[in-house]
Design a protein around this ligand. Structure first.
Ligand SMILES: [Zn+2]
Length: 126
């Protein structure tokens, strides 16, 4: 195994570990699926907003100055991907970010990449 690569550049044992990991395609697929959720600016904005509040479609639409059908479409996609959850109260449905590790990491990543402070501080909301 040690000299199994086509070129020999004096690789350390680490390459075997890397090779084993990089073969776990399903692990990487999970990441690709999550990032596919965020390949749209509007979805990122909605997701980030819902990391900090729980709102209905009408209010989310008003905050983003977008039509409700457009927002609904993005909410469906985020919900299918497990990044947000919904709660029905009577006729109203409220949305917020899920408390999954993925959601929390993306929440932090967005704020760190945009270099903005979290409006809720470092507490990641239950
Ligand atoms: Zn935040």
């Amino acid at each position: 195994m040690k000299n199994s690569l086509p070129h020999h550049h004096g690789e350390s044992e680490d390459i075997l570990y890397l090779q084993e990991q990089v073969k776990q395609i399903s692990h990487f697929q999970t990441i690709a699926d999550i990032f596919r959720q965020l390949d749209d600016t509007t979805r990122i904005r909605i997701f980030w907003l819902l990391c900090h509040c729980e709102e209905c479609v009408i209010n989310i639409s008003a905050i983003l100055e977008m039509s409700s059908p457009a927002v609904s479409h993005h909410l469906r996609s985020l919900k299918n991907g497990g990044l947000i959850v919904s709660r029905r109260v009577g006729k109203e449905v409220y949305y917020r970010a899920s408390t999954s590790k993925q959601s929390q990491l993306l929440h932090q990543m967005i704020e760190q990449m945009m270099e903005i402070a979290c409006p809720k501080g470092n507490e990641y909301h239950e």
